[in-house]
Design a protein around this ligand. Structure first.
Ligand code: PMP
Ligand code: GLU
Length: 399
């Protein structure tokens, strides 16, 4: 038997967001002054009580395995936060903690998908959704959410995609990569479809705390017991508490699904890092003012970034409602030339910007939407001003 990768592994595309971030960091380590708009990683320091909890965990002897589903301390903290924020009630056997929300999503698809099962995915979508579905043997079925519709789907289009193989829909509101949010009315329509056709809603609520202009995030599991029993709620501490490196995420849902995810995890990874679970429990239970402070800073950055993009001829964007990303429309500069090099699409534009302007962003192609590049504004106002100054100078050079 020849050596080599399996067909399954060869088919997996690397995460474009992480790859772009790694390239920016590498250039920076070589002394290049790169402005990083690539990864969605809050630049704020992790709040002090959380860092203290991580240190305290060592003194408390938290150095051993925990139950596979996560410590009771953390699962109780998750349940208390969901009760306080949304009035949702989850028991300890309806919660599983994993190595980041990414891992929770991965486990969820492994738990619910059989080969050939279909999962409806908004397009543009976060890079990892289609790959995770495929890794679990499923088939992503794409639902177009054009910019002209505010990156939201038409529910008629949605219903047309449903087949007897439809096992789930991934709901990501507020959304990565475009910051759109589903209205309550649209969520109600989705809930009706899920009950009528009997599919899961994998509700990725990782950006729920990052909502602007006084809008409100609704957790779809609150839309009645029939909806809750079809919802796999995914969340984590990475974005709300600036804890990306702690690698703690969680899933809440029907007992059988959670049990399947725990079984999967018990064979693949065991429980996540013990000390980080303690720090996450502190994050979820401490006074939440720091979350609001970070949210306010993101909102100011969003407003400035949107203003700066729309002032550049050939570029434009809509104002996102949540998360910390803007999909910048690049159609006005696609096909132009930078010093003789044709900017044929989003990848060519992102590469040219990195090489010549030292600005790292993610090509829309990674999110299955060519006419855009994604800018993450999880970075300082100074970087936003300087990065957009560089982009404007780059665009001026085009012919
Ligand atoms: N969902 C979405 C939409 C994301 O953007 C991210 C960011 N990586 C995640 C889930 C996972 O975050 P983490 O694994 O850091 O909890
Ligand atoms: N979710 C963030 C992003 O989209 C972090 C990188 C990743 O996990 O994909 O940039």
């Amino acid at each position: 038997m020849p050596l080599g990768l399996s067909r399954k592994c060869s088919a997996i595309a690397p995460s474009a967001t992480l790859a772009m971030d790694a390239r920016a960091k590498e250039l920076r380590s070589q002394g290049v002054n790169v402005i990083g708009f690539a990864a969605g990683e809050p630049d704020f320091e992790t709040p002090a009580p959380i860092r203290e909890a991580m240190k305290e965990a060592m003194d408390l002897g938290m150095t051993r395995y925990t139950p596979v589903a996560g410590t009771l301390e953390l699962r109780r903290a998750i349940a208390a936060r969901l009760l306080e924020d949304h009035g949702l009630v989850y028991g300890m056997d309806e919660i599983v903690v994993s190595n980041g929300a990414k891992h929770s999503l991965y486990n969820a698809f492994q738990a619910i998908l059989d080969p050939g099962d279909e999962v409806i995915v908004d397009k543009p979508c976060w890079v990892s959704y289609p790959e995770m579905v495929r890794m679990a043997g499923g088939v992503p079925v794409f639902l177009d959410c054009p910019e002209s519709q505010g990156f939201l789907p038409s529910m008629e289009d949605f219903e047309k995609l449903i087949t007897p193989r439809t096992k789930a829909f991934i709901l990501n509101t507020p959304s990565n990569p475009n910051g759109c949010m589903w209205s309550r009315e649209q969520l109600e329509q989705l809930a009706d479809l899920a009950v009528k056709y009997d599919f899961y809603i994998v509700a990725d609520e990782i950006y729920e705390k990052l909502v602007y202009s006084g809008e409100k995030h609704y957790s779809i599991a609150t839309f009645g017991p029939e909806v809750k029993e079809r919802t796999i709620l995914i969340n984590g501490v990475s974005k709300s508490y600036a804890m990306t490196g702690f690698r703690i995420g969680y899933a809440c849902g029907p007992r059988d699904v959670i049990k399947g995810m725990v079984n999967y995890q018990s064979q693949a990874t065991s429980a996540p890092n013990t000390a980080a679970q303690h720090a996450a429990a502190v994050a979820l239970t401490m006074p939440q003012d720091c979350v609001e402070e970070m949210r306010r800073a993101f909102e100011q950055r969003r407003d400035r970034l949107v203003e700066l993009i729309n002032a550049i001829p050939g570029l434009s964007c809509r104002k996102p409602h949540g998360a910390f990303y803007v999909m910048m429309n690049i159609r006005g500069i696609t096909g132009k030339r930078y010093h003789g090099t044709e900017l044929s699409g989003s990848t060519a534009i992102a590469e040219a910007l990195l090489e010549h302007a030292h600005v790292a962003l993610v090509p829309g192609a990674a999110f299955l939407d060519e006419g855009f590049c994604r800018i993450s504004y999880a970075t300082s106002m100074e970087n936003i001003e300087e990065g957009l100054r560089r982009i404007a100078a780059f665009v001026k050079e085009l012919d």
